[in-house]
Design a protein around this ligand. Structure first.
Ligand SMILES: Cc1cc2nc3c(=O)[nH]c(=O)nc-3n(C[C@H](O)[C@H](O)[C@H](O)COP(=O)(O)O)c2cc1C
Length: 195
C-alpha cells in the first residue's frame, strides 16, 4: 500500500499512460489483473476547453477503475488550470497528472509535453497554479531533460515539489535523443537526494 496525497493505492504496480491504448476498457483489464493504479491516456487541455466531443468522451471513468490518475497536456498555464478544474468538477478522477514528457512534434510545437522541461521556473509556476485551483493531488510525469545540453531533471523535480506537486515520475530518456540514461546516470537517486 502507498499513498499519493490522500489517495490510497493498494500496490506499487502503476500502469503508465499510453496514448491510443489506455482507454477505459484497457484500464479495467489491467485492474482485473491486479494493477494498483491506472492512468488514462493523455487528454488535451485545449480539447477540454473547447468541449470537443471526442475529448469529453475520453474523460469517461468506470468506478471499477479507481483509483485512477487522469493525465492532461497543454502548453499554457491557463489552459492546464482550466482543464484541471473541469476534470476535478466533472469526473471522479482521483489524481490529475500533467504530461511533461511527450516528445512528438504536434505536442511540442504547442509548447506542451516535453517542452516544459526547458524551464524549471515555468514548471514551478504552472504546477503551483494547478495545485491552487483544485483539491485533488497533482502529479507530473517528466523526462530527465530535453536534450544533452538541457538536462534539468533535479531542477524540474524540485520545482514541481516546491509548487505542491504530490509526486513525479520519470521516463528514463531525454526527449530529443531518446537515449535511456536515467538509470545509468542515477537521476532518480539525485532527485531524491536533493529533497
Ligand atoms: C504507445 C505509447 C503511448 C504513450 N503515451 C503516453 C502518454 O499519453 N502520456 C505519457 O506520459 N507517456 C506516454 N507514453 C510513455 C509511457 O508512459 C512510458 O513512460 C514509456 O513507455 C517508457 O516506459 P518504460 O521506461 O517502462 O519503457 C507512451 C508510450 C507508448 C509506447
Amino acid at each position: 500500500m502507498f499513498q499519493i496525497g490522500d489517495v490510497e493505492i493498494k500496490n506499487r504496480v502503476v500502469v503508465a499512460p499510453m496514448a491510443g491504448i489506455s482507454n477505459s476498457a484497457f484500464r479495467l483489464t489491467v485492474k482485473e489483473f491486479g494493477a494498483g493504479l491506472v492512468c488514462c491516456e493523455m487528454i488535451s487541455g485545449k480539447g477540454i476547453e473547447y468541449r470537443n466531443q471526442k475529448t469529453i468522451d475520453m474523460l469517461y471513468i468506470d468506478e471499477k477503475e479507481k483509483p485512477l490518475s487522469l493525465q492532461i497536456f497543454g502548453g499554457e498555464k491557463e489552459t492546464l488550470v482550466e482543464a484541471a478544474k473541469f476534470v476535478a468538477e466533472n469526473t471522479t478522477a482521483d489524481i490529475i497528472d500533467i504530461n511533461m514528457g511527450c516528445p512528438v512534434n504536434k505536442i511540442i510545437k504547442c509548447e506542451a509535453g516535453a517542452k516544459w522541461l526547458l524551464d524549471p521556473n515555468k514548471v514551478h509556476d504552472m504546477v503551483k497554479a494547478v495545485v491552487a485551483a483544485i483539491d485533488k493531488p497533482v502529479t507530473v510525469k517528466m523526462r530527465i531533460g530535453w536534450d544533452d545540453e538541457h538536462v534539468f531533471a533535479v531542477e524540474n523535480a524540485l520545482a514541481a515539489e516546491s509548487a505542491g506537486g504530490s509526486s513525479y515520475s520519470h521516463a528514463r530518456a531525454d526527449a530529443c535523443t531518446n537515449v535511456r540514461r536515467c538509470r545509468k546516470l542515477g537521476y532518480l537517486a539525485r532527485c531524491k537526494k536533493s529533497d
